[in-house]
Design a protein around this ligand. Structure first.
Ligand code: FES
Length: 150
C-alpha cells in the first residue's frame, strides 16, 4: 500500500497562511513488514590491533578492500536488498584472518583476500555453494588448541 499525503491550506497563530499535513495509510512499521528479510548477512572483520599485540588482526589500518569488493560485486550480481555485507569487529578467529562469516549458514572463511571476493559472491552468495578452499577448518574454528595459535 502506497502512502498518500494531502495538504490542506489552513491558518495558524501568527501566520497568514499555514498548512496542515495529513498522512493517510502511512505506517512505518507496516511498510517495513512488507520488505523481504535479507537472505544472507556477510560479516567482514575490520578489527585492527597494534603490530606488537599478542594476537594478529584482520586489518592493519581498519580499512578493508575486501569489504569494498564484496559490496560492489554483490550489488553487481543483483543481490542488493537480499544480501547485506557488513563490517564487523573482531570475530575471535584472529589467527586465521582476514576473516569473513556468512549467515545463516555460519560458513567461516579465513585468509580471505580482496581477489577472493568474486568467487565468494559468484559461488556462495549467488549459487549457494560455499567456497571450500577458503573455509576455516572445523578443527580450528573456536578451538583452544588450534595449531595456528601459539
Ligand atoms: S581481528 Fe579479525 S577475527 Fe579477530
Amino acid at each position: 500500500m502506497n502512502p498518500t499525503m494531502q495538504i490542506h491550506p489552513g491558518h495558524g497563530p501568527g501566520r497568514t497562511v499555514g498548512f496542515t499535513l495529513e498522512l493517510h495509510n502511512f505506517n512505518r512499521s507496516q511498510r517495513r513488514s512488507h520488505l523481504p528479510p535479507f537472505e544472507r548477512h556477510v560479516f567482514v572483520c575490520h578489527n585492527v590491533r597494534p603490530a606488537d599485540a599478542p594476537r594478529p588482526s584482520c586489518t592493519s589500518d581498519g580499512k578493508s578492500d575486501l569489504h569494498t569488493r564484496l559490496s560492489q560485486l554483490s550489488k553487481e550480481a543483483g543481490l542488493a536488498g537480499r544480501v547485506r555485507i557488513n563490517k564487523s569487529g573482531c570475530l575471535d578467529q584472529c589467527e586465521h584472518g582476514p576473516n569473513v562469516v556468512v549467515y545463516p549458514e555460519a560458513v567461516w572463511y579465513g585468509g580471505v583476500r580482496p581477489e577472493d571476493a568474486e568467487e565468494i559472491v559468484r559461488e556462495h552468495l549467488v549459487r549457494g555453494r560455499p567456497v571450500e578452499r577458503l573455509r576455516i577448518a572445523d578443527a580450528c574454528l573456536n578451538a583452544r588448541n588450534c595449531p595456528h595459535k601459539d
